[in-house]
Write a protein that binds this ligand. Sequence first.
Ligand SMILES: [Zn+2]
Length: 133
Amino acid sequence: MQKIILSKIQKKILLDHSNKEEPNESCAILYGNKNGEENTVKEIWLTENIDASPIEFTLSNEQTLEMYKKSEELNLEIIGIFHSHPKGEAYPSHTDEKFMKINQDGYVWIIYSGINKNFKAFVLESEIPIEEN
Ligand SMILES: [Zn+2]
């Protein structure tokens, strides 16, 4: 089974970003290395949710282009997409599931729940473990 490895500092960065963006969903792109089933996060790019919505998130087209450019510049793969659910559980919403299915490139989705204060990670519909390094 796949797993994703994050440091304590990286979790803190995502947590602070989520708190700052409340009551709206926050989002970020996770860059790193894939080694077999292990996805290790090396860099986080905090992005702007152009929907500015508590129940949805969208990256602008410019940010989407930038997302790929950064991957080349950093020489790291895009391994995951982070977003928060300020008023929900850390499970994919129906909209999230739709995008997870369209996006078959195997990104790890990390969701942070503002109500339970926890992170969960998913690949397609399967929950995968988050480890701390
Ligand atoms: Zn969501």
